[in-house]
Design a protein around this ligand. Sequence first.
Ligand SMILES: NC(=O)c1ccc[n+]([C@@H]2O[C@H](COP(=O)([O-])OP(=O)(O)OC[C@H]3O[C@@H](n4cnc5c(N)ncnc54)[C@H](O)[C@@H]3O)[C@@H](O)[C@H]2O)c1
Length: 331
Amino acid sequence: MKKILVTGSRGYIGVHLVALCKAYGMHVTGCDIGYFEGCEWDPFPPSDVEWKKDFLSIKENELEGFDAICHLAAISNDPMGELDENLTYRVNRDGAISLAQKAKKAGVPLFLFAGSCSVYGKAGSLDLDENAPFNPVSAYARSKVEAEREISKLSSSSFSPVFLRNATAFGYSPMLRIDLVANNLLSCALATREIRVMSDGTPWRPLVHCKDIARAFIALIQAPRQLVHNQSINIGGNNENYQVKQIVEKVKSLVPDAKVVYTGEVGADPRNYRVSFDKLSKLLPDFKLQYSLDSGLEELYKFMKEKKFSREDFFSDKFVRLRRLKQKLQK
Ligand SMILES: NC(=O)c1ccc[n+]([C@@H]2O[C@H](COP(=O)([O-])OP(=O)(O)OC[C@H]3O[C@@H](n4cnc5c(N)ncnc54)[C@H](O)[C@@H]3O)[C@@H](O)[C@H]2O)c1
């Protein structure tokens, strides 16, 4: 039985990953500091072993015996990264590098890092592959670039880091987030009968269902190690690159009485990138996304209706990481 450590195990993607690890017969230890305790939207299965602590405090000897570490714990989005740049670098970059160093010393062969397509940032051209230059436009994206660079240097015949450069996640999770573009537009439409778009709607963004990200982690754990050794891999699908205005159209088709309002408050959004996912298909030809934007949004819409997602929910701090974390940091 494979022994897996998932950090950030009680986050939006982490809860899907823990459930999948268990479904695949793996023994999973979850480590989470619990920033979003009390924000649960739906029940989810616990890890086999729960470490409720800061992953920065994990000691080398605690890592002995794991077959793989899936490192998801992070201060996890762009505006949140701007909340406190030092915290973002300390956790997302320095913490990740230190965990990888300990993992290597402890003899863990596989270190899967939750990176992001936002490392491409303000792209000079569209359809970026893994060799495209980094152009991060936020502390969050810079922290992911720098972590990837340093952790990659640790690779050896006995230590294989793998960098999942995930597209922007969306869709249902028991630890729902509505601060991600597609979820935000849908929840705004349902709660306020308005679809408020902060850009002019033209930026391109690759999207991927949060459960498909978790499935990609599983596929990479199961892949032959030499195949994925020290590889950076964009996680998403070529047909799942959308302009924000296309996401708006999908949301409008689900909530037809919602009015579309372009607030333009962020001007021309600098995060504009379309991504190629050919490498993922080449490396893991059997891995297919389970969700498209259509099917994922329909599923989320169904859950939100069932759970009577309300104005209070929309404006609360439960599903918006930045609001919740600000509160936590003030305490
Ligand atoms: N959601 C996306 O669109 C997306 C896209 C690309 C990459 N990612 C990456 O995937 C990972 C997971 O994202 P998510 O959307 O599930 O985020 P999330 O905020 O929902 O979950 C992160 C979890 O990590 C935990 N955590 C934070 N700091 C910690 C620490 N020091 N020690 C232990 N636990 C800690 C939090 O309590 C939280 O439960 C992150 O690394 C994120 O950068 C997410």
